[in-house]
Write a protein that binds this ligand. Sequence first.
Ligand code: SAM
Length: 340
Amino acid sequence: MTLRDKFGRPMRSLRISVTDRCNLRCQYCMPEPEYVWLPRENILSFEEIAALTDAFTAEGVGRIRITGGEPLLRRELPALVASLASRPAIQDLALTTNGVLLKSRAAALREAGLHRITVSLDTLRRDRFRALTGSSDFDAVITGIHAAAEAGFPALKLDTVIMRGTNEDELIELLAFARTVNAEVRFIEYMDVGGATRWSPAAVVPRAEMLEAIGRHYGGVIPTEERSSAPAERFLLPDGTTFGIIASTTAPFCATCDRARLTADGVWLLCLYAAGGTDLRRPLRAGASQDELRQLIHAVWSLRADRGAEERLGMDRQTTLVPLRALKKDAHLEMHTRGG
Ligand code: SAM
């Protein structure tokens, strides 16, 4: 029988953060000058990640996304991909990356069996990229996206966080760029997640406003009928272009959320907004069997009642949900630790 939580939601997907480190400092995620990192000895090895993944897939997970931090900072990542890709229980194996190191890794990741890649790309302007990420690696990201397209990934996606006063004037250019690399853009509403210490409601560009701007340019936007647990709502333009919007801030999708999240040090979170999680590293390193891990996962998911984004929406606060002092005390509250 399918494992379900308190609201009847199955556990179908697992996002695995393989590192809390990142080579960019995006304003919406890591805008602070200094960070507290997870202790190195706590970071899971690939064998440990695979062992925990097996326990999750035995309880119903069939979709895996590798994330971070920046996952390509784990240099041997294709080895993890190959190990996960060889598991029949995993029907979908995807990766989210900022693309900086993608040029030299795209082909190896594809050969290792990775199914899909999503690259974060928030602007097409070099100067903005520098201001937004603190890095001058814009060209590397664009080359990385081309390398992913050439490596033959069937469903290349570009994730763009839209922030007012930063990049909301690039919707049309980003759609046009995506077409040239055969990718689909997903515009993401700026979320008040841990780490977004500069978040404010005024900086959120709501889905309705994005659709209005795109529709005005293209002469219409048609919602596609597709219904699934995927957070992006998809739309079709008159010229055949498709794109998605993830309205996590103004229209949360907690009711269909089937995601488990594993941090790089093996803490399992039931929600992006959860204040804490279940430490799976400890039992794993203490020698817990697959059956014991499964039982733990089963028991915890059965009691899940999280609906963090909906609760956040209901709060209507003007300040950030997780204050900086809390982030300094507990790195697990940071988005770059939880995995986006
Ligand atoms: N380093 C990889 C990357 O840049 O794609 C993976 C990790 S990053 C945390 C994953 C995603 O988190 C980014 O694409 C970004 O869309 C999302 N993200 C981080 N902070 C966000 C925020 N405050 N609002 C919306 N999305 C955010």
